[in-house]
Design a protein around this ligand. Sequence first.
Ligand code: UGA
Length: 439
Amino acid sequence: MTRLSVIGTGYLGVTHSVCMASLGHEVVALDKDPEKILALAVGKMPFHEPELPEMLTSALASGKLSFTTEFKQIAEQADIHFLCVGTPQSDDSGAADLSQIKSAVAELAPLLTKPCLVIGKSTVPVGTAKWISDYFAENSPAGSEVHVVWNPEFLREGFAVQDTLHPDRVVLGITHEADVDILKEVYADALTAETPLIVTDYATAELVKVAANAFLATKISFINSFADLADKVGADVATLADAIGHDTRIGRKFLNAGIGFGGGCLPKDIRALQARATELGLSEQFAFLKNVDAVNQSRRTHVVELARKELGSLSGKTITILGAAFKPDSDDIRDSPALDIALALADGGATVQLHDPVALPQVRARKLPVKAIDDVSEAFAGADLVLHLTEWQNYRELNPEKLGQTVKTKRIIDGRNVLDRNLWSNAGWQITYLGKPGS
Ligand code: UGA
Protein backbone atom coordinates (compact mmCIF):
# COMPACT_ATOMS: atom_id res chain seq x y z
CA MET A 1 0.00 0.00 0.00
CA THR A 2 1.06 3.54 -0.66
CA ARG A 3 1.73 6.53 1.57
CA LEU A 4 -0.55 9.35 0.59
CA SER A 5 -1.19 12.89 1.69
CA VAL A 6 -4.38 14.85 1.18
CA ILE A 7 -4.09 18.64 1.21
CA GLY A 8 -7.27 20.42 2.29
CA THR A 9 -9.94 18.98 4.57
CA GLY A 10 -13.11 20.38 3.00
CA TYR A 11 -15.82 18.10 1.62
CA LEU A 12 -13.53 16.61 -0.99
CA GLY A 13 -10.42 16.29 1.19
CA VAL A 14 -12.12 14.63 4.16
CA THR A 15 -14.02 12.20 1.93
CA HIS A 16 -10.93 11.37 -0.10
CA SER A 17 -8.63 10.85 2.87
CA VAL A 18 -11.12 8.66 4.76
CA CYS A 19 -11.93 6.60 1.65
CA MET A 20 -8.26 6.14 0.73
CA ALA A 21 -7.52 4.99 4.30
CA SER A 22 -10.45 2.57 4.04
CA LEU A 23 -8.75 1.07 0.97
CA GLY A 24 -5.74 0.31 3.19
CA HIS A 25 -3.46 3.22 2.29
CA GLU A 26 -1.52 5.15 4.89
CA VAL A 27 -2.95 8.66 4.68
CA VAL A 28 -1.96 11.92 6.31
CA ALA A 29 -4.41 14.75 5.73
CA LEU A 30 -3.38 18.38 6.07
CA ASP A 31 -5.25 21.59 6.71
CA LYS A 32 -3.99 24.99 7.78
CA ASP A 33 -6.88 25.32 10.23
CA PRO A 34 -5.65 23.76 13.51
CA GLU A 35 -9.16 23.61 15.01
CA LYS A 36 -10.45 21.58 12.11
CA ILE A 37 -7.48 19.23 12.34
CA LEU A 38 -7.89 18.76 16.09
CA ALA A 39 -11.58 17.90 15.64
CA LEU A 40 -10.95 15.48 12.79
CA ALA A 41 -8.15 13.79 14.70
CA VAL A 42 -10.65 12.84 17.42
CA GLY A 43 -13.21 11.67 14.89
CA LYS A 44 -15.45 14.76 14.70
CA MET A 45 -16.86 15.29 11.23
CA PRO A 46 -17.05 18.92 10.01
CA PHE A 47 -20.16 18.22 7.87
CA HIS A 48 -23.01 15.74 7.49
CA GLU A 49 -22.36 12.93 5.02
CA PRO A 50 -23.86 9.42 5.26
CA GLU A 51 -21.38 6.63 6.14
CA LEU A 52 -18.40 8.95 6.64
CA PRO A 53 -18.52 9.36 10.45
CA GLU A 54 -18.26 5.59 11.03
CA MET A 55 -15.54 5.30 8.39
CA LEU A 56 -13.57 8.16 9.94
CA THR A 57 -13.73 6.43 13.34
CA SER A 58 -12.48 3.14 11.97
CA ALA A 59 -9.77 4.78 9.84
CA LEU A 60 -8.45 6.53 12.96
CA ALA A 61 -8.66 3.33 15.00
CA SER A 62 -6.77 1.36 12.33
CA GLY A 63 -3.91 3.88 12.49
CA LYS A 64 -4.13 4.32 8.71
CA LEU A 65 -5.31 7.94 8.92
CA SER A 66 -3.66 10.85 10.69
CA PHE A 67 -3.97 14.63 10.51
CA THR A 68 -1.47 17.45 10.52
CA THR A 69 -1.05 21.18 9.91
CA GLU A 70 2.61 20.77 8.83
CA PHE A 71 3.59 20.64 5.16
CA LYS A 72 7.01 19.38 6.29
CA GLN A 73 5.36 16.27 7.70
CA ILE A 74 3.46 15.40 4.53
CA ALA A 75 6.52 16.05 2.35
CA GLU A 76 8.52 13.60 4.48
CA GLN A 77 5.78 11.02 4.98
CA ALA A 78 4.09 10.73 1.59
CA ASP A 79 5.05 10.00 -2.02
CA ILE A 80 1.69 10.92 -3.50
CA HIS A 81 0.01 14.21 -2.61
CA PHE A 82 -3.65 14.82 -3.43
CA LEU A 83 -4.50 18.48 -3.85
CA CYS A 84 -8.07 18.92 -2.58
CA VAL A 85 -8.28 22.56 -1.51
CA GLY A 86 -11.26 24.76 -2.30
CA THR A 87 -11.56 27.02 -5.33
CA PRO A 88 -14.45 29.29 -4.32
CA GLN A 89 -15.89 32.09 -6.39
CA SER A 90 -13.90 35.34 -6.21
CA ASP A 91 -15.78 38.12 -4.47
CA ASP A 92 -15.32 40.61 -7.26
CA SER A 93 -15.99 38.47 -10.35
CA GLY A 94 -17.35 35.06 -11.25
CA ALA A 95 -13.79 33.73 -11.68
CA ALA A 96 -12.41 31.03 -9.42
CA ASP A 97 -10.30 32.17 -6.50
CA LEU A 98 -7.09 30.15 -6.76
CA SER A 99 -5.42 31.53 -3.64
CA GLN A 100 -5.71 28.25 -1.71
CA ILE A 101 -4.17 26.31 -4.60
CA LYS A 102 -1.35 28.81 -4.97
CA SER A 103 -0.62 28.90 -1.26
CA ALA A 104 -0.60 25.06 -0.96
CA VAL A 105 1.71 24.70 -3.96
CA ALA A 106 4.04 27.45 -2.69
CA GLU A 107 4.31 25.77 0.73
CA LEU A 108 4.83 22.28 -0.66
CA ALA A 109 7.25 23.00 -3.53
CA PRO A 110 10.44 23.81 -1.56
CA LEU A 111 9.93 20.68 0.59
CA LEU A 112 9.77 18.17 -2.27
CA THR A 113 13.26 16.73 -2.36
CA LYS A 114 12.50 13.31 -3.88
CA PRO A 115 10.49 12.14 -6.91
CA CYS A 116 6.79 12.18 -6.15
CA LEU A 117 3.31 12.66 -7.60
CA VAL A 118 1.00 15.59 -7.01
CA ILE A 119 -2.56 14.66 -7.98
CA GLY A 120 -4.88 17.62 -8.55
CA LYS A 121 -8.50 16.96 -7.63
CA SER A 122 -9.79 20.50 -7.02
CA THR A 123 -12.05 22.04 -9.67
CA VAL A 124 -9.90 24.58 -11.51
CA PRO A 125 -9.95 26.84 -14.58
CA VAL A 126 -8.31 25.21 -17.58
CA GLY A 127 -4.58 25.93 -17.62
CA THR A 128 -4.06 25.56 -13.86
CA ALA A 129 -2.54 22.06 -13.96
CA LYS A 130 0.16 23.16 -16.40
CA TRP A 131 0.90 26.18 -14.23
CA ILE A 132 1.26 23.93 -11.15
CA SER A 133 3.47 21.48 -13.00
CA ASP A 134 5.76 24.29 -14.20
CA TYR A 135 5.82 25.76 -10.70
CA PHE A 136 7.06 22.51 -9.13
CA ALA A 137 9.63 22.03 -11.89
CA GLU A 138 11.04 25.50 -11.18
CA ASN A 139 10.70 25.68 -7.41
CA SER A 140 11.18 22.16 -6.00
CA PRO A 141 14.55 20.62 -5.20
CA ALA A 142 13.23 17.52 -7.02
CA GLY A 143 12.43 19.71 -10.05
CA SER A 144 10.88 17.83 -12.92
CA GLU A 145 10.84 14.65 -10.82
CA VAL A 146 7.68 16.06 -9.28
CA HIS A 147 4.98 14.83 -11.66
CA VAL A 148 1.57 16.43 -11.69
CA VAL A 149 -1.51 14.38 -12.67
CA TRP A 150 -4.95 16.00 -13.05
CA ASN A 151 -7.65 13.71 -11.68
CA PRO A 152 -10.95 15.59 -11.35
CA GLU A 153 -13.46 14.48 -8.76
CA PHE A 154 -17.12 13.89 -9.57
CA LEU A 155 -18.50 13.08 -6.12
CA ARG A 156 -21.96 14.28 -5.13
CA GLU A 157 -22.74 15.39 -1.61
CA GLY A 158 -24.96 12.80 0.02
CA PHE A 159 -23.32 10.03 -2.07
CA ALA A 160 -19.71 11.03 -1.47
CA VAL A 161 -18.50 7.65 -0.21
CA GLN A 162 -20.20 5.65 -2.93
CA ASP A 163 -18.95 8.04 -5.64
CA THR A 164 -15.37 7.87 -4.33
CA LEU A 165 -15.22 4.11 -3.81
CA HIS A 166 -17.24 3.24 -6.94
CA PRO A 167 -16.58 6.04 -9.42
CA ASP A 168 -18.48 5.90 -12.71
CA ARG A 169 -15.31 7.00 -14.50
CA VAL A 170 -11.73 7.98 -13.69
CA VAL A 171 -10.09 10.78 -15.67
CA LEU A 172 -6.33 11.26 -15.59
CA GLY A 173 -4.60 14.22 -17.24
CA ILE A 174 -0.96 13.21 -17.47
CA THR A 175 2.41 14.06 -18.95
CA HIS A 176 4.14 10.74 -18.11
CA GLU A 177 2.56 7.39 -19.10
CA ALA A 178 4.12 5.57 -16.13
CA ASP A 179 2.08 7.68 -13.69
CA VAL A 180 -1.09 5.94 -14.88
CA ASP A 181 0.09 2.62 -13.42
CA ILE A 182 0.78 4.25 -10.07
CA LEU A 183 -2.74 5.70 -9.96
CA LYS A 184 -4.24 2.39 -11.08
CA GLU A 185 -2.55 0.80 -8.09
CA VAL A 186 -3.77 3.48 -5.69
CA TYR A 187 -7.34 3.09 -6.92
CA ALA A 188 -7.09 -0.68 -7.55
CA ASP A 189 -9.77 -1.65 -5.04
CA ALA A 190 -12.13 1.08 -6.26
CA LEU A 191 -11.86 0.16 -9.95
CA THR A 192 -13.57 -2.72 -11.67
CA ALA A 193 -12.82 -4.06 -15.12
CA GLU A 194 -15.78 -1.99 -16.35
CA THR A 195 -14.81 1.37 -14.80
CA PRO A 196 -13.95 3.63 -17.73
CA LEU A 197 -10.43 5.04 -17.38
CA ILE A 198 -9.84 8.09 -19.53
CA VAL A 199 -6.19 9.01 -19.91
CA THR A 200 -5.65 12.38 -21.51
CA ASP A 201 -3.81 15.70 -21.31
CA TYR A 202 -4.12 18.28 -18.53
CA ALA A 203 -6.43 20.69 -20.36
CA THR A 204 -8.92 17.98 -21.33
CA ALA A 205 -8.99 16.55 -17.80
CA GLU A 206 -9.65 19.99 -16.33
CA LEU A 207 -12.38 20.68 -18.87
CA VAL A 208 -14.13 17.33 -18.32
CA LYS A 209 -15.02 18.45 -14.80
CA VAL A 210 -16.33 21.89 -15.66
CA ALA A 211 -18.12 20.61 -18.76
CA ALA A 212 -19.90 17.96 -16.66
CA ASN A 213 -21.11 20.49 -14.09
CA ALA A 214 -22.09 23.02 -16.77
CA PHE A 215 -24.09 20.34 -18.57
CA LEU A 216 -25.90 19.29 -15.39
CA ALA A 217 -26.72 22.92 -14.56
CA THR A 218 -27.98 23.46 -18.11
CA LYS A 219 -30.25 20.41 -17.87
CA ILE A 220 -31.81 21.75 -14.68
CA SER A 221 -32.43 25.25 -16.07
CA PHE A 222 -33.71 23.74 -19.30
CA ILE A 223 -36.41 21.78 -17.50
CA ASN A 224 -37.18 24.70 -15.22
CA SER A 225 -37.84 26.91 -18.24
CA PHE A 226 -40.31 24.25 -19.38
CA ALA A 227 -41.85 24.29 -15.90
CA ASP A 228 -42.74 27.96 -16.42
CA LEU A 229 -44.08 27.19 -19.88
CA ALA A 230 -46.10 24.26 -18.51
CA ASP A 231 -47.64 26.57 -15.90
CA LYS A 232 -48.73 28.97 -18.62
CA VAL A 233 -50.51 26.30 -20.67
CA GLY A 234 -51.63 23.84 -17.98
CA ALA A 235 -49.14 21.11 -18.97
CA ASP A 236 -47.24 18.78 -16.62
CA VAL A 237 -43.45 19.22 -16.64
CA ALA A 238 -42.81 15.99 -14.72
CA THR A 239 -44.63 13.91 -17.33
CA LEU A 240 -42.79 15.84 -20.04
CA ALA A 241 -39.45 15.03 -18.34
CA ASP A 242 -40.39 11.35 -18.07
CA ALA A 243 -41.34 11.24 -21.73
CA ILE A 244 -38.23 12.95 -23.10
CA GLY A 245 -36.08 11.08 -20.59
CA HIS A 246 -36.96 7.76 -22.24
CA ASP A 247 -34.84 8.92 -25.16
CA THR A 248 -31.46 7.58 -24.06
CA ARG A 249 -29.77 10.45 -25.88
CA ILE A 250 -31.46 12.78 -23.38
CA GLY A 251 -31.83 10.68 -20.20
CA ARG A 252 -34.21 11.33 -17.29
CA LYS A 253 -31.64 12.29 -14.66
CA PHE A 254 -31.26 15.96 -13.63
CA LEU A 255 -34.58 16.85 -15.24
CA ASN A 256 -36.41 17.38 -11.97
CA ALA A 257 -38.02 20.79 -12.15
CA GLY A 258 -38.32 22.86 -9.01
CA ILE A 259 -36.54 25.67 -7.22
CA GLY A 260 -33.28 25.00 -9.02
CA PHE A 261 -29.69 24.22 -8.17
CA GLY A 262 -27.48 25.53 -5.41
CA GLY A 263 -24.54 24.34 -3.32
CA GLY A 264 -20.83 24.91 -3.41
CA CYS A 265 -20.26 23.57 -6.93
CA LEU A 266 -22.74 24.05 -9.79
CA PRO A 267 -23.39 27.80 -9.34
CA LYS A 268 -19.76 28.81 -8.89
CA ASP A 269 -18.49 26.40 -11.55
CA ILE A 270 -20.70 27.82 -14.33
CA ARG A 271 -19.56 31.35 -13.40
CA ALA A 272 -15.88 30.36 -13.33
CA LEU A 273 -16.25 28.67 -16.72
CA GLN A 274 -17.79 31.80 -18.22
CA ALA A 275 -14.99 33.91 -16.75
CA ARG A 276 -12.28 31.59 -18.15
CA ALA A 277 -13.97 31.35 -21.56
CA THR A 278 -14.18 35.14 -21.67
CA GLU A 279 -10.44 35.39 -20.90
CA LEU A 280 -9.89 33.08 -23.86
CA GLY A 281 -12.02 35.24 -26.17
CA LEU A 282 -15.03 32.91 -26.15
CA SER A 283 -17.57 34.95 -24.21
CA GLU A 284 -20.26 34.58 -26.88
CA GLN A 285 -19.95 30.80 -27.07
CA PHE A 286 -20.46 30.53 -23.32
CA ALA A 287 -23.08 33.28 -22.93
CA PHE A 288 -25.76 30.60 -22.62
CA LEU A 289 -24.44 29.89 -19.13
CA LYS A 290 -25.44 33.40 -18.11
CA ASN A 291 -28.97 32.41 -19.04
CA VAL A 292 -28.69 29.10 -17.20
CA ASP A 293 -27.66 31.09 -14.12
CA ALA A 294 -30.42 33.69 -14.59
CA VAL A 295 -33.14 31.04 -15.05
CA ASN A 296 -31.86 29.33 -11.93
CA GLN A 297 -31.92 32.50 -9.84
CA SER A 298 -35.40 33.33 -11.11
CA ARG A 299 -36.76 30.10 -9.60
CA ARG A 300 -36.18 31.59 -6.17
CA THR A 301 -37.96 34.89 -6.89
CA HIS A 302 -40.74 32.94 -8.62
CA VAL A 303 -41.51 30.98 -5.44
CA VAL A 304 -41.40 34.12 -3.30
CA GLU A 305 -43.90 35.74 -5.69
CA LEU A 306 -46.10 32.63 -5.60
CA ALA A 307 -46.15 32.84 -1.81
CA ARG A 308 -46.98 36.54 -1.94
CA LYS A 309 -49.80 35.81 -4.38
CA GLU A 310 -51.20 33.04 -2.19
CA LEU A 311 -51.11 35.22 0.93
CA GLY A 312 -51.96 38.61 -0.51
CA SER A 313 -49.18 40.13 1.57
CA LEU A 314 -46.25 38.55 3.42
CA SER A 315 -46.40 40.98 6.27
CA GLY A 316 -47.64 39.45 9.50
CA LYS A 317 -47.99 35.98 7.95
CA THR A 318 -46.43 32.78 9.30
CA ILE A 319 -44.69 30.59 6.74
CA THR A 320 -43.31 27.13 7.45
CA ILE A 321 -40.32 26.10 5.37
CA LEU A 322 -39.34 22.46 5.05
CA GLY A 323 -35.65 22.23 4.23
CA ALA A 324 -32.66 24.54 4.52
CA ALA A 325 -29.89 22.45 2.89
CA PHE A 326 -29.26 22.87 -0.84
CA LYS A 327 -30.18 19.22 -1.33
CA PRO A 328 -31.24 16.26 0.84
CA ASP A 329 -28.71 14.13 2.78
CA SER A 330 -26.48 17.14 3.25
CA ASP A 331 -26.19 19.91 5.83
CA ASP A 332 -24.60 22.23 3.27
CA ILE A 333 -26.39 25.57 3.09
CA ARG A 334 -23.99 27.23 0.64
CA ASP A 335 -26.05 29.05 -1.98
CA SER A 336 -29.09 27.05 -0.90
CA PRO A 337 -32.23 27.92 -2.89
CA ALA A 338 -34.36 26.91 0.12
CA LEU A 339 -32.55 29.24 2.49
CA ASP A 340 -32.50 32.09 -0.01
CA ILE A 341 -36.28 31.82 -0.36
CA ALA A 342 -36.68 31.67 3.43
CA LEU A 343 -34.63 34.86 3.82
CA ALA A 344 -36.52 36.69 1.07
CA LEU A 345 -39.83 35.82 2.76
CA ALA A 346 -38.53 36.99 6.14
CA ASP A 347 -37.31 40.15 4.45
CA GLY A 348 -40.82 40.66 3.07
CA GLY A 349 -42.23 40.70 6.61
CA ALA A 350 -43.23 37.05 7.13
CA THR A 351 -42.40 35.04 10.25
CA VAL A 352 -40.45 32.08 8.91
CA GLN A 353 -40.50 28.78 10.82
CA LEU A 354 -37.69 26.74 9.31
CA HIS A 355 -37.13 23.02 9.70
CA ASP A 356 -34.35 20.81 8.34
CA PRO A 357 -33.34 17.36 9.63
CA VAL A 358 -29.63 18.20 9.83
CA ALA A 359 -28.80 21.72 8.61
CA LEU A 360 -30.25 23.79 11.47
CA PRO A 361 -26.92 24.14 13.35
CA GLN A 362 -25.46 25.83 10.23
CA VAL A 363 -28.52 28.10 10.01
CA ARG A 364 -28.25 29.04 13.70
CA ALA A 365 -24.53 29.71 13.37
CA ARG A 366 -25.32 32.36 10.77
CA LYS A 367 -27.79 34.13 13.07
CA LEU A 368 -30.40 34.54 10.36
CA PRO A 369 -33.80 36.21 10.85
CA VAL A 370 -35.73 32.91 10.81
CA LYS A 371 -36.99 30.63 13.58
CA ALA A 372 -35.06 27.38 13.35
CA ILE A 373 -37.30 24.64 14.75
CA ASP A 374 -36.04 21.12 15.45
CA ASP A 375 -39.39 19.38 15.63
CA VAL A 376 -41.13 19.20 12.28
CA SER A 377 -44.66 19.18 13.75
CA GLU A 378 -43.87 22.27 15.82
CA ALA A 379 -42.64 23.99 12.67
CA PHE A 380 -46.17 23.65 11.20
CA ALA A 381 -47.90 25.38 14.11
CA GLY A 382 -49.98 28.39 13.08
CA ALA A 383 -48.75 28.43 9.47
CA ASP A 384 -50.60 30.45 6.84
CA LEU A 385 -48.56 28.65 4.17
CA VAL A 386 -46.06 25.76 4.03
CA LEU A 387 -43.22 25.57 1.50
CA HIS A 388 -41.50 22.25 0.81
CA LEU A 389 -38.07 23.24 -0.52
CA THR A 390 -35.54 20.44 0.14
CA GLU A 391 -36.78 16.96 -0.71
CA TRP A 392 -35.70 15.02 2.38
CA GLN A 393 -37.25 11.54 2.36
CA ASN A 394 -38.96 12.14 5.73
CA TYR A 395 -40.98 15.04 4.30
CA ARG A 396 -42.59 12.58 1.88
CA GLU A 397 -43.59 10.49 4.87
CA LEU A 398 -45.28 13.30 6.82
CA ASN A 399 -48.87 12.90 7.94
CA PRO A 400 -50.82 15.76 6.29
CA GLU A 401 -53.99 14.80 8.17
CA LYS A 402 -52.36 15.33 11.57
CA LEU A 403 -50.31 18.35 10.52
CA GLY A 404 -53.41 19.98 9.05
CA GLN A 405 -54.79 20.34 12.56
CA THR A 406 -51.96 22.65 13.66
CA VAL A 407 -51.78 25.07 10.72
CA LYS A 408 -53.95 28.13 10.16
CA THR A 409 -54.53 27.36 6.47
CA LYS A 410 -53.91 24.02 4.75
CA ARG A 411 -51.90 25.37 1.85
CA ILE A 412 -48.55 24.00 0.64
CA ILE A 413 -46.23 24.83 -2.25
CA ASP A 414 -44.06 21.88 -3.26
CA GLY A 415 -40.89 23.47 -4.63
CA ARG A 416 -39.48 20.05 -5.50
CA ASN A 417 -42.56 18.44 -7.11
CA VAL A 418 -42.30 15.22 -5.14
CA LEU A 419 -45.08 15.25 -2.55
CA ASP A 420 -47.99 12.88 -3.17
CA ARG A 421 -50.88 14.91 -4.53
CA ASN A 422 -53.60 12.48 -3.37
CA LEU A 423 -52.17 12.16 0.12
CA TRP A 424 -52.16 15.93 0.68
CA SER A 425 -55.33 16.89 -1.16
CA ASN A 426 -57.34 14.04 0.41
CA ALA A 427 -56.34 15.53 3.77
CA GLY A 428 -57.84 18.83 2.66
CA TRP A 429 -54.67 20.61 1.63
CA GLN A 430 -54.37 22.88 -1.39
CA ILE A 431 -51.10 21.80 -3.02
CA THR A 432 -49.26 23.82 -5.65
CA TYR A 433 -46.40 22.42 -7.74
CA LEU A 434 -43.96 24.16 -10.06
CA GLY A 435 -44.87 23.32 -13.63
CA LYS A 436 -47.61 20.82 -12.99
CA PRO A 437 -51.27 21.23 -12.15
CA GLY A 438 -51.96 21.20 -8.41
CA SER A 439 -55.16 20.63 -6.53
C1 UGA B 1 -22.30 18.37 -8.18
C2 UGA B 1 -22.14 17.32 -9.28
O1 UGA B 1 -23.37 16.59 -9.41
C3 UGA B 1 -21.01 16.34 -8.92
O2 UGA B 1 -20.83 15.39 -9.96
C4 UGA B 1 -19.73 17.14 -8.72
O3 UGA B 1 -18.64 16.31 -8.34
C5 UGA B 1 -19.96 18.17 -7.62
O4 UGA B 1 -21.05 19.03 -7.99
C6 UGA B 1 -18.69 18.97 -7.48
O5 UGA B 1 -18.36 19.73 -8.40
O6 UGA B 1 -17.97 18.78 -6.50
P1 UGA B 1 -23.45 18.39 -5.75
O7 UGA B 1 -23.07 19.83 -5.66
O8 UGA B 1 -23.22 17.49 -4.58
O9 UGA B 1 -22.70 17.69 -6.98
O10 UGA B 1 -25.01 18.38 -6.04
P2 UGA B 1 -25.97 17.82 -7.19
O11 UGA B 1 -26.45 16.48 -6.85
O12 UGA B 1 -25.34 18.01 -8.52
O13 UGA B 1 -27.18 18.84 -7.06
C7 UGA B 1 -26.96 20.22 -7.30
C8 UGA B 1 -28.23 20.99 -7.15
O14 UGA B 1 -29.09 20.73 -8.25
C9 UGA B 1 -29.04 20.72 -5.89
O15 UGA B 1 -29.46 21.95 -5.35
C10 UGA B 1 -30.23 19.91 -6.40
O16 UGA B 1 -31.36 20.08 -5.62
C11 UGA B 1 -30.41 20.50 -7.79
N1 UGA B 1 -31.10 19.59 -8.75
C12 UGA B 1 -30.53 18.42 -9.10
C13 UGA B 1 -32.30 19.98 -9.32
O17 UGA B 1 -32.83 21.07 -9.05
N2 UGA B 1 -32.91 19.15 -10.24
C14 UGA B 1 -32.35 17.97 -10.59
O18 UGA B 1 -32.95 17.27 -11.44
C15 UGA B 1 -31.15 17.58 -10.01
